[in-house]
Write a protein that binds this ligand. Sequence first.
Ligand SMILES: *Cc1c(COP(=O)(O)O)cnc(C)c1O
Length: 395
Amino acid sequence: MYGKIKNHLQQELKAIEEAGLYKRERTIVSPQDALIRLADGKEVLNFCANNYLGLSSHPVLMKAAREALDTHGYGMSSVRFICGTTDLHKVLEEKIADFFGTEDTILYAACFDANGGVFEPLLGEEDAIISDSLNHASIIDGVRLSKAQRYRYANADMADLEEQLKKASTNRFRIIVTDGVFSMDGNVAPVDKICELARKYDALVMVDECHSAGVVGNTGRGVTELYNIRGEVDIITGTLGKAFGGAIGGFTTGRKEIIEMLRQRSRPYLFSNSLPPMITKAGIAMFDMMRETTELQDKLHQNTDFFRNEIIRAGFTIKPSRSAIVAIMLFDARLSQDFAARLLNEGIYVIGFYYPVVPKGEARIRVQLSAAHTRENLDKAIASFIKVGKELKVI
Ligand SMILES: *Cc1c(COP(=O)(O)O)cnc(C)c1O
């Protein structure tokens, strides 16, 4: 029976490979950190992880995770509403709400699930979702799973958003949805302006803070801190899989009734397993640490400013951004791949992105800074960029 689809899949896979789009995975044999060891023994500086605060292998989080193994065991073997809720889950939910200045929080196995399960319980076919064209795949899937009418506006384009809000004016409820930071350019969504339009056109606002939480804003409280609009965004989704430790886990935090309804009706919450205690305890330790000190956020901001300034000074073109993502523009797809390969030889691990991941003619290398990077790490990366940039006549 398998023969026909097997042939078909083989052909499709070959087509993906011939188009140069086949994704290959590089195996790491050390913990995730600024310096990682690859399976071939090579040690490289990592500039392509979402390890913004350097917490992926942080001793405070690892100690908390170990403690939870002893006090609460390994797995929950249940969903939250049957017997999958521990004291740790409740505490972590409170800590997240406290961090973002919101009313309540609901945990998920991942932010992919948080986004997948947020629209369908809240909105029906008489309602409208107005979504940024560059929103994350999980938001797009979440929108698809709901019966609400769909409107799309060009990335961060407030004139277009206003157009769409006018079109949606006859719907019962409207919600504007945006990533806080868009992962390919690193640009921060203009959430202050989005909130103004939301007030004018009576809409809710949802922000996905996956790349902005822990990163953006003076103390890393995300876009609502950056724009001084804490408490104004109705729904925030986020991940524990990036700045916040990098293991796994997602959440939705915001208005009390919204979170309560998600607990009753959100399918990825109701029908998928509860987060393991070690993840929740490490999360608690992490948010406690962030209450005490902004050392890591400060370091990340210093590192990002330093790297960005030096790269500009060296003559590279970058996308303007206020996040920890620096998109170094090379424009040409092949050049982006050559550049990344040569950097790897220099001991710098970055990824070159090109169409269709980014628009045609906008190939680039995306650099992600971390609080774990030392000044020596940054100096080495900058020197390598300059060396390869000269070799390939980019600068
Ligand atoms: C990474 C990411 C997600 C998915 O988060 P997970 O917790 O890894 O599922 C969702 N939205 C955005 C914007 C992201 O960058």
